[in-house]
Design a protein around this ligand. Structure first.
Ligand SMILES: NC(=O)c1ccc[n+]([C@@H]2O[C@H](COP(=O)([O-])OP(=O)(O)OC[C@H]3O[C@@H](n4cnc5c(N)ncnc54)[C@H](O)[C@@H]3O)[C@@H](O)[C@H]2O)c1
Length: 283
C-alpha cells in the first residue's frame, strides 16, 4: 500500500515554505507533505472534520487517497469541503451516540477528533457541561470505534487515531472536564490497541500542545478579556508559559503525524501516546 519512503532532504527542503522560521515551520504555508502514505482503497472517518485539526486531517487523508467521511455538526463548512472533493459530508451531533456508532460502520480508519473546551474552577463547573464533554469526547469515540471494529476485524486491518492532548498526559487547573475526558480517551485507546493487535488494528493517541485553531483562538480571546491583557501576551505568557518552543502548532503538523499513523510504516506503533507539543510535556 505504501511506498515506505520519505522525501530525501533536498526535496523536503524544496517542499518547504520560503521562510519556515518566520512562517511557523513548513506546515504554516501549506507546503507539500513530507510523509508518503498511500491510503487508496481505505475509508476514513474523521470526526469534527469541519474545522481545525479535524479539517487538516480530512484534507491530508484525502490527499493520501482515502475516501473520507467528514462528520461534524457544522453542515455549512462540511458542505464546502464536500464541494471541494475532500469527502462525503455526514452532518451529525456526535452526542447522539447511536448515530455516531452507525456512522462508523464500514470505516477502515477512524480519527476521533471532535472536542470542545470549558474553562472554570471545579466548584463552579456546570455539571451538565461536564457530562456533555465526557459524552462527546469519551463515550462517542467508544461508540465510533465500536461501530467500526467489526469491519476492521473482517478485513484484518484498521487504524484508530485518537486526538488526545497534552491534557491527556498532564493536568491544568480549570479544565476538569477536558482533562478527565482526555485521560479517559487515553485509557480507551490502549484497550483498543490490546484487543485490536491480533486483528491488524492499531490504536494510538496524538497529544498536541496548543494548536492554531478556532478552539484555541476562542480561549485566547476569553483570557485576554478576563485578564485585561493583549492577546499576544495571553499566547506568550499564559498558553506557552510551559512550552520551550514558543509558537502555536499548525493543524497540518498534527495531520502529518496522523497520516503516518494510518500508513503501513506505522503498523508496529500501537497503544502509544505521541506528544506534538514542543517539549511541553517533557518538563
Ligand atoms: N487546538 C488545540 O490547541 C488542541 C490541542 C490539543 C488537542 N486538541 C484537540 O483536538 C481536537 C480538535 O480541536 P480543534 O482545536 O481543531 O477544535 P475546533 O473547535 O477547531 O474544531 C472542533 C470541531 O468539532 C466539532 N464538534 C464539536 N462538537 C460536536 C458535536 N457534538 N458533534 C459533531 N461535531 C462537533 C465542531 O463543530 C468543530 O468543527 C479536540 O479533541 C481538541 O481537544 C486541540
Amino acid at each position: 500500500m505504501t511506498t515506505h519512503e520519505f522525501l530525501p532532504g533536498a526535496a523536503r527542503q524544496a517542499a518547504q515554505s520560503p521562510s519556515p522560521e518566520t512562517a511557523g515551520g513548513p506546515h504554516a504555508a501549506g507546503a507539500a507533505h513530507t510523509t508518503r502514505v498511500d491510503l487508496t482503497g481505505r475509508t476514513a472517518l474523521v470526526t469534527g472534520a469541519a474545522s481545525g485539526i479535524g479539517r487538516a486531517c480530512a484534507l491530508r487523508l484525502a490527499d493520501a487517497g482515502a475516501s473520507v467521511r467528514l462528520v461534524d455538526l457544522d453542515g455549512e463548512a462540511l458542505g464546502t469541503l464536500a464541494e471541494q472533493g475532500v469527502g462525503e459530508a455526514v452532518v451529525l451531533d456526535l452526542t447522539d451516540l447511536d448515530a455516531a456508532e452507525e456512522a462508523a460502520r464500514g470505516a477502515d480508519i477512524v480519527v476521533n477528533n471532535a472536542g470542545v473546551q470549558t474553562v472554570a474552577p471545579v466548584q463552579d463547573f456546570p455539571p451538565e457541561r461536564f457530562s456533555l464533554i465526557l459524552r462527546l469526547m469519551v463515550e462517542s469515540p467508544f461508540r465510533v470505534v465500536r461501530g467500526a471494529l467489526p469491519h476492521m476485524y473482517a478485513r484484518g486491518w484498521g487504524r484508530v487515531v485518537n486526538i488526545s492532548s497534552v491534557h491527556g498526559l498532564r493536568a491544568s487547573a480549570y479544565k476538569s472536564a477536558y482533562v478527565t475526558a482526555k485521560h479517559g480517551l487515553e485509557g480507551f485507546s490502549k484497550v483498543v490497541a490490546l484487543e485490536g493487535a491480533a486483528h491488524g488494528v492499531t490504536s494510538n493517541c496524538v497529544n498536541p500542545g496548543y494548536v492554531r485553531t478556532p478552539l484555541v483562538e476562542r480561549q485566547i480571546a476569553e483570557q485576554a478579556a478576563a485578564h485585561g491583557i493583549a492577546e499576544e501576551r495571553v499566547v506568550s505568557e499564559v498558553l506557552l508559559a510551559r512550552t520551550p518552543l514558543k509558537r502555536l502548532i499548525e493543524p497540518s503538523e498534527v495531520a502529518e503525524l496522523v497520516a503516518y499513523l494510518c500508513g503501513e510504516d506505522a503498523s508496529f506503533v500501537n497503544g502509544a501516546s505521541l506528544p506534538v507539543d514542543g517539549a511541553w510535556s517533557a518538563s
